[in-house]
Write a protein that binds this ligand. Structure first.
Ligand code: BMA
Length: 384
């Protein structure tokens, strides 16, 4: 062994235990309240055998109704609510009373409390406006991210935006005054090219700095103990691509991907192979890092394939430890584009029967299934 090889050998054995110690030092779990810790550990175990089925805006509106207490398109088809609820905070940052899709934040808060009381799980995304131009999330003006980082001209304004979110997070309380755990999925689909935080509009260093600042602000400055962070990519083709903008194990709790089946040009079989390919890249990363794996958003607009649930979604997740799948919102008719915009069946939809089969599959969990697992309260969830 020449000298340099010897040095490398020695360094390896010094650095290995050191990295384990450092790994433990960056474990921030002490910052979470008990129900958040339980949720995280239980969901990670549960994902080996079950996947929570989720729906965006489920309790607020469906294809043929709006704001009717107790309604849910999913419930109308299978007799119970989903196990997982997605909501979006877009426009909270500019002081609006309702989000970009018209959901009043006051009602959103009540729906979140209700979801927690039903033993289900909640995730919040954030279609934030562009803080540099005042445009929408889809305004990809360059230098937006760099303009809000610490020391940059818009940093103060951006902190006020985060204050609005953090005030809302603090209002999400149980009857006993405990903060309700939230899976927060900001700056999502970053490997795409359509939002101001996407990879075409900022450098990896800027994205990472934005993420790390946000987590530091919420957890350390605001002392929030209920926020679990969901890192969310769009299409991804290698582990290298995943790591390029990954902000660090200490500030990420869930690794997730968003992908949709598109129009008539993509078959359900193509969709299955695309999604399986993404999951086969992400699952080993999640395992090594000890993170939860999830599908942040997916769907097939209008569900033109009546067997999509058992022919596309079930085969896509089979063999992967996917903790949840969130299907996008059931807006209904969109006048501006003269089309229907929905992602889960409603009563009478052509894919309803297949959705019932999907519901009956042992892998999928809806509200009653997840409630019976008491994931916010059980110390050790053993799914035997
Ligand atoms: C998109 C569409 C839009 C919506 C946006 C944010 O996929 O559903 O209508 O405004 O998500 O929720």
């Amino acid at each position: 062994m020449d000298c340099s090889k010897y040095l490398i050998f020695i360094l390896f054995w010094i650095l290995l235990p050191l990295s384990v110690v450092l790994g433990q030092l960056v474990d921030h779990s002490y910052q979470f309240n008990n129900q958040t810790k339980s949720l995280y550990e239980n969901l990670k175990n549960l994902s080996k055998s079950h996947t929570l089925i989720g729906h965006q805006d489920d309790l607020a509106y469906g294809v043929h109704w709006k704001y009717m207490e107790g309604n849910s398109d999913i419930k109308a088809v299978v007799g119970e609510y989903p196990a997982f609820f997605g909501w979006d905070l877009g426009h909270m940052e500019i002081g609006k009373e309702a989000n970009l899709d018209g959901v009043p934040f006051r009602l959103m808060r009540d729906y979140i409390v209700k979801a927690y009381e039903m033993g289900t799980v909640i995730s919040l995304s954030w279609h934030a406006n562009n803080p540099l131009t005042g445009g929408s999330s889809w305004d990809t003006t360059q230098f937006t991210v760099s303009s809000i980082l610490p020391g940059a001209p818009n940093h103060g304004k951006f902190k006020i935006w985060l204050d609005c979110l953090s005030d809302f997070f603090m209002e999400l309380k149980t009857d006993e005054g405990e903060l309700i755990p939230i899976f927060f999925r900001p700056y999502h689909e970053l490997t795409g090219n359509w939002f101001w935080w996407c990879k075409n509009a900022c450098t990896p260093e800027e994205y990472i700095a934005l993420w790390r600042f946000t987590v530091d602000y919420l957890r350390n400055t605001k002392q929030l103990t209920n926020i679990l962070m969901v890192y969310n990519v769009a299409e991804i083709y290698s582990s290298k691509e995943f790591h390029e903008r990954y902000p660090g194990d200490d500030v990420v709790d869930v690794i997730s991907v968003d992908t949709y089946q598109h129009g008539s040009h993509e078959t359900s079989a193509q969709f299955v192979s695309k999604l399986r390919n993404f999951l086969s890249i992400l699952q080993p990363i999640a395992k090594v890092k000890g993170k939860i794996l999830a599908i942040g958003e997916t769907g097939y607009e209008g569900i033109p394939d009546s067997e999509w649930w058992t022919k596309a979604i079930l085969p896509s997740i089979e063999g992967f430890d996917v903790a949840w799948v969130l299907f996008w919102r059931n807006h209904g008719y969109m006048a501006a584009e003269n089309k229907m915009h929905y992602y889960v069946p409603f009563d009478g939809h052509s894919s309803s029967q297949d959705f019932v089969k999907f519901y009956n599959d042992p892998r999928t969990l809806f509200q009653k299934g997840i409630e019976s697992k008491a994931i916010y309260h059980r110390k050790e969830y053993q799914d035997k």
